[in-house]
Design a protein around this ligand. Structure first.
Ligand code: KG4
Ligand code: ZN
Length: 342
């Protein structure tokens, strides 16, 4: 039952290869979260094919929204606002969600709320951690972004560091392809690494000129490729599990080191993780240990809220709504939208 004081938001997410819808009550309670993953379709091509992603979104979006409403036990009339990811992401994929949300909001006379996908990932932390409030430090690691951010206020972000080349998730995906583990790389490397020895191969730590908090992963990717080429030339056998574990350790170590350095230098003792790569078991464990040993509080969403979903978009939308920020009928997809940008 919807009480008069409840605010129920229907949220839509189609920025990449998941067609997702959710109903979120009062910014924290997930009444439903439906995700249609296109992974099987893209696996054949070894990565996301943007045009196929858009076409699949348009095919699935209505059924996904219908299921989200049914699971929540609500009709469209009960919904207070319609939220949608409008960037960053694949333009054709974003446009499907934006057009759908506009059509629903317009036809049902509900307010429309455009949400920044990266802010959605950060907001995923509020779902299961009601005590988490700004300010805190958040490491955002996804397929397209790697940001070390101070969340100063609900919609105020200070970026301390970012990747100067590949995103962390991109590095996982590229290395998985090179080792022959296939797509999607992150979960495959995570699983293979469990059977491997992380100390087997020492990969160099990337040095970045500029901010001490910036990241670089393309050198590490090259080091893995060089290692494989060298092994092939000399006839050495390579254990994919050891390679996966050693590569993963190199990524996790640098992510943890920079985060701890930033936390200590900024005097922040609450650390959160966000984005698809925060589903990584080694990263979750290492970051938790690093925080514990320094007396810092550690927050991370459940894996299902780390990778793309619409529940996190509904949570972020609720904070937009509270601040009185709504979108006009001219809302458009912004594929290169930056964190904190409106
Ligand atoms: O946040 P997300 O679902 O989509 C973007 O906004 O990019 O992140 C997807 C990325 C992919 O690169 C995927 O390989 C990575 O997150 N990922 C993981 C794991 N699960 C997903 N990386 C490492 N370990 C995982 N368990
Ligand atoms: Zn994402």
């Amino acid at each position: 039952m919807t009480s008069n004081t409840d605010t129920d938001i229907l949220a839509i997410e189609t920025s990449c290869d998941e067609t997702a819808a959710a109903v979120v009550r009062n910014g924290r309670e997930i009444l439903s979260s439906t995700i249609y993953t296109q992974i099987a379709m893209h696996t054949v091509y070894g990565g996301v094919v943007p045009e196929l992603a858009s076409r699949k979104h348009i095919e699935k979006i209505n059924a996904v929204i219908e299921k989200a409403l049914a699971d929540a036990g609500l009709a469209l009339d009960d919904i207070d606002a319609v939220a949608v990811t409008y960037g960053p992401g694949l333009v054709g994929a974003l446009l499907v969600g934006v057009a759908e949300a506009k059509a629903i909001a317009w036809a049902s006379r509900k307010p429309l709320i455009g949400v920044n996908h990266i802010e959605g990932h950060i907001a995923a932390n509020y779902i299961e951690h009601p005590d988490l409030e700004p300010p805190y430090l958040c490491l955002v690691v996804s397929g397209g972004h790697t940001h070390l951010v101070v969340v100063r206020d609900w919609a105020e972000f200070e970026i301390l560091g970012r990747t100067v080349d590949d995103a962390a998730g991109e590095a996982f995906d590229k290395v998985a392809r090179a080792i022959g583990l296939g797509y999607p790389g992150g979960p495959k490397i995570d699983a293979a690494a469990k059977a491997g020895n992380a100390e087997a191969i020492t990969f160099p730590k990337a040095k970045v000129n500029g901010s001490a908090y910036d990241f670089s992963f393309s050198g590490l990717k090259s080091a893995v490729l060089n290692y494989l080429n060298h092994a092939e030339m000399t006839g050495e056998t390579v254990s994919p599990d050891d390679l996966a574990a050693s590569f993963q350790k190199a990524v996790v170590d640098v992510l943890c080191e920079h985060t701890m350095l930033a936390a200590e230098e900024c005097g922040i003792d609450r650390i959160a993780l966000a984005g698809g790569v925060s589903a990584n078991s080694a990263l979750r464990t290492s970051m938790e240990r690093a925080c514990e040993s320094r007396g810092m509080k550690f927050y991370v969403p459940s894996p299902v809220y780390c990778t793309d979903n619409a529940a996190m978009i509904g949570v972020a939308a609720w904070h937009e709504m509270r601040a009185g920020r709504f979108s006009g009928w001219d809302l458009n997809a912004v594929p290169g939208l930056k964190l904190g940008e409106r």
